[in-house]
Design a protein around this ligand. Structure first.
Ligand SMILES: Cc1cc2nc3c(=O)[nH]c(=O)nc-3n(C[C@H](O)[C@H](O)[C@H](O)COP(=O)(O)OP(=O)(O)OC[C@H]3O[C@@H](n4cnc5c(N)ncnc54)[C@H](O)[C@@H]3O)c2cc1C
Length: 373
């Protein structure tokens, strides 16, 4: 039996846990506890790797905005810029023009006609769009380098990463949290819930009331790309109401039906019906017959009832911190969200760059859900 202690235990080594541990390491004794053998095995390793300023809600837009500087010039150890420019072509059919107008009010971009859309992405079927918006300042994120960089930084600054812990018990005794595994115990005054789809499960195991977080499954397929010399530079093509999107990704064409079926927390697997739906929606807009599916996966995007992330102290129990419910924006907001979370855990002021970006920390606070319950 090994017994050890820390100042802060971070539960989960996805993008939320890794980025926060990197911010805290060197200033507190941090242990990251990950149930799987591989960090990033769940949602973080299954994303579409996009940075889209208009994506998300008004509560999350400041986090996305404030993260950009980090992505463009990350510290040493991340190996240079983590962004590659790639615009988003938002498409609207007849009947979706109101949604397009709404998007135009919050996204920076250029109006696009059906003919222009076809010029940008020649496989688009003529007449499928009534209009569109080209959001120019979107980009691809190098997620592997980002996640790996956070973990490396955390370890270099003294954090311990414990992989493959399997299940364990959580108890609060004498002002400390105790984790008890098969042959180990670990204690700390503070635990951080960065358990992604399992965040409510972790809360319940620690004796808290779950917030009703909802993991929702999203399916992705990779197919052979069109033979077109500029294919690699094509924009992301996205339905303005997010009924599908497709994009170039590492020599393939990525297609998703942008599905959102509720799911229990699990190792998500693609459902044949969702794959069929991806193909149908793609075929309706693009003239590119798909003969073979090269890869497919699914991941769980976890949402709070109001769809804003949860970043902050539990109002219910001392020493329990939430860093969860990151929905579909956990990668593109990770620099700013982890900066905010670290400031709270270190009892510091909200960083000025977050305030300047328009962040209102109370919109992310767990108290809003406790009060709503
Ligand atoms: C198809 C798809 C496309 C996406 N595209 C984008 C995108 O383009 N841009 C973007 O910003 N976001 C995107 N997202 C969302 C993004 O991937 C998530 O918001 C983000 O990865 C969530 O990170 P996380 O660390 O909270 O969760 P996870 O990565 O799931 O990490 C949680 C970790 O906690 C571990 N865990 C669970 N229970 C315990 C426990 N009791 N103890 C210890 N460890 C535990 C799990 O094993 C897991 O490793 C996408 C998601 C999907 C599925």
């Amino acid at each position: 039996m090994t017994n050890s202690s820390a100042d802060i235990i971070v539960l989960g080594a996805g993008i939320a846990g890794a980025s926060l541990a990197a911010r805290l390491a060197g200033r507190r004794r941090v242990v990251i506890v990950e149930r799987e053998d591989l960090a990033g095995y769940h949602t973080t390793g299954r994303s579409a790797a996009m940075y889209i300023p208009s994506y998300g809600s008004p509560a999350t837009a400041p986090l996305t905005r404030a993260s950009r500087a980090f992505f463009e010039a990350p510290p040493a150890g991340f190996d240079g810029s983590l962004l590659r420019p790639r615009p988003v072509l938002h498409l609207a059919r007849e009947g979706q023009m109101q949604a397009l107008e709404k998007l135009c009010r919050r996204a920076k971009g250029m109006g696009v006609t059906a003919a222009m859309a076809h010029q940008l992405v020649p496989i688009l079927r003529p007449g499928i769009a009534a209009g569109g918006l080209l959001e120019a300042d979107a980009a691809d994120i190098d997620v592997a380098r980002l996640h790996g960089g956070w973990l490396r930084q955390a370890k270099e600054l003294g954090a311990e990463l414990r992989l493959g812990t399997g299940d364990y018990r959580i108890e609060r005794r004498n002002g400390l949290w105790w984790l008890q595994g098969e042959a180990w115990t670990l204690r700390a005054p503070v635990i951080v819930n960065a358990a992604g789809a399992w965040a409510d499960v972790v809360a319940a195991a620690a004796g808290l009331r779950p917030f009703g977080l909802e993991p929702r499954q999203r399916t992705v397929v990779l197919v052979d790309p069109p033979e077109h010399p500029d294919f690699g530079d094509w924009p992301i093509v996205k339905d303005v109401e997010e009924r599908f999107y497709f994009r170039p990704l590492s020599q393939h064409l990525l297609i998703t039906p942008a599905d959102e079926a509720p799911s229990p927390p699990c190792d998500a697997r693609p459902d044949p019906l969702d794959i069929a739906c991806a193909m149908t929606r793609f075929d309706a807009v693009a003239d590119h017959p798909v003969r073979t599916i090269r890869h497919k996966w699914a991941g769980l995007r976890t949402f709070a009832p109001d769809r804003a992330p949860l970043v902050g102290w539990s109002p219910e129990v001392p020493g329990f911190f939430w860093h969860a419910a990151l929905g579909g924006i956990g990668i593109q907001t990770s620099p700013a969200a982890s900066r905010l979370a670290a400031a709270m855990l270190l009892d510091e002021q909200t960083p000025t760059e977050l305030i300047d970006a328009g962040l209102q920390a109370e919109t992310l606070s767990p108290e809003r859900l406790a009060n709503a319950a």
